[in-house]
Ligand binder design. Structure first.
Ligand code: TMP
Length: 397
């Protein structure tokens, strides 16, 4: 049974950027997170309806940043070299930024958002525009005997029925097949007080401890774990059928040390989550008072990156357009809309970077801090400063 440890109040859907004519239709829901002591899985107390989140107007594009494009092409090269799969299936293939790297293999793209499914179909990938579950798995098996590599980056954690999703992977996997999951790491979320990873699309925040428990119910075992930098610190977990031999050197030591690190931080006990809840309240109070005092002193403050994460922060900390003039974002379908809940205007980035009249920019996309710093050297050189709440509230550089 889930026990609540975090309450982020009434929140809008974090990626639901609004046109003017949609403002009056916006609805809020109670955003709360809980801990299940049986599996150590951390999940939303109440899941949202998937079809209201992932649909033909979904806005998040995986290839919007150079960091993610580079990350996925490097990942594809590594997986090809290590496992040489003949058939690759991706759960949540978005615009194809990962699967496009397997043009010479059999590829299956699973993507419930039709706007993105059309893109991978157009590029020749066998695409199923649906949610990943047992019936999608059966559809795959009508076309392919088995799948050698299943990849789920930032998608397994989006599926409320995570047990069925894992069982469905086990159903399609070949005997020596590999299941690779990438997801923001719960350990990093807790260490960095990154409460803004908690939003309606993230049904769960994953740890190796919880995945090991969930996988074993489907006779899958984790044989390797890597820590990767993306999304503020993510896990890459490699699983296979229990007892299978994938032909690469055994890395069970990585799994044991990842689990022991999580457990020494207390991820398998409720107390650590209670402490996290207190850290989150402190972070909120500090950010709110910093932004309000800078504004009261006459500074112009904007935000950089209209992320789902920034929606959570602004709504939880009650930061609106009276404090942040606008949010700039490179994603066309977020531009010229209002941010969810607090309704801060979202605009395209200015040519030449952050304009001269801006004193501070809140890093909505804090997970791309180095890419942004590199791009905005002129802003910093003339005295502009960034504000972030990760890992603690601070002005940088
Ligand atoms: P994410 O943190 O969920 O990946 O979203 C990043 C958002 O930030 C995405 O909407 C693109 C935007 N962005 C910018 O506007 N400028 C940038 O330089 C970077 C790296 C991202």
């Amino acid at each position: 049974m889930k026990r609540q440890f975090l309450n982020l109040g009434m929140q809008p859907s974090a990626n639901a950027f609004l046109r003017d004519d949609q403002l009056s239709e916006e609805t809020l829901f109670s955003l709360r997170m809980g801990y299940d002591s049986k599996t150590s899985l951390v999940s939303l107390m109440e899941f949202r309806d998937k079809s209201s989140l992932f649909h033909e107007e979904y806005v998040y594009i995986s290839s919007a940043s150079r960091t993610m494009r580079d990350h996925f092409s490097k990942a594809a090269l590594e997986f090809s070299a290590r496992f040489d799969p003949k058939t690759v299936l991706e759960i949540g293939s978005n615009d194809g930024v990962f699967i496009d790297n397997f043009a010479d293999r059999n590829t299956v793209a699973i993507e419930p958002c039709e706007n993105f499914a059309e893109m991978t179909r157009g590029k020749g990938h066998d695409t199923i525009s649906d949610f990943w579950n047992m019936s999608t798995a059966e559809e795959v098996l009508q076309r392919y005997d088995t799948i050698d590599l299943v990849f789920a980056a930032n998608s397994l954690s989006h599926i409320p029925e995570i047990d069925e999703a894992i069982r469905s992977v086990a159903r399609v996997l070949s005997d020596e097949g590999i299941f690779i999951v990438e997801s923001p790491s719960l350990l990093n979320v807790m260490k960095n007080v990154a409460y803004d990873q908690v939003y309606d699309e993230h049904a769960h925040i994953l740890s190796v401890t919880a995945l090991a428990a969930l996988f074993s119910d489907s006779d899958l075992e984790i044989f390797d774990v890597e820590n990767i930098a993306v999304h503020g610190g993510s896990l890459r977990v490699f699983a296979q059928k229990a007892g299978a031999n994938n032909g690469t050197p055994n890395s069970y030591d990585n799994v044991a040390s990842a689990i022991s690190e999580e457990q020494s931080y207390g991820l398998d006990s409720y107390d650590a989550y209670v402490q996290f809840g207190l850290d989150v309240e402190r972070s909120r109070d500090e950010l709110s008072s910093l932004l309000r005092s800078l504004k009261a002193a006459g500074n112009k403050i904007v935000a950089y990156g209209a992320t789902a994460k920034s929606s959570v922060v602004f709504n939880y900390c009650e930061i609106g357009p009276d404090i942040i003039d606008y949010i700039s974002d490179t994603t066309p379908c977020k531009q010229n809309k209002m941010s969810p809940g607090v309704h801060i205007p979202v605009i395209p980035p200015y040519d030449g970077g952050i304009p001269k009249d801006v004193n501070y920019a809140f890093l909505g996309a804090w997970n791309y801090e180095s890419e942004i710093m590199e791009k905005e050297q002129d802003f910093v050189a003339r005295g502009g400063r960034f504000i972030t709440h990760i890992p603690s509230v601070r002005i940088t550089p």
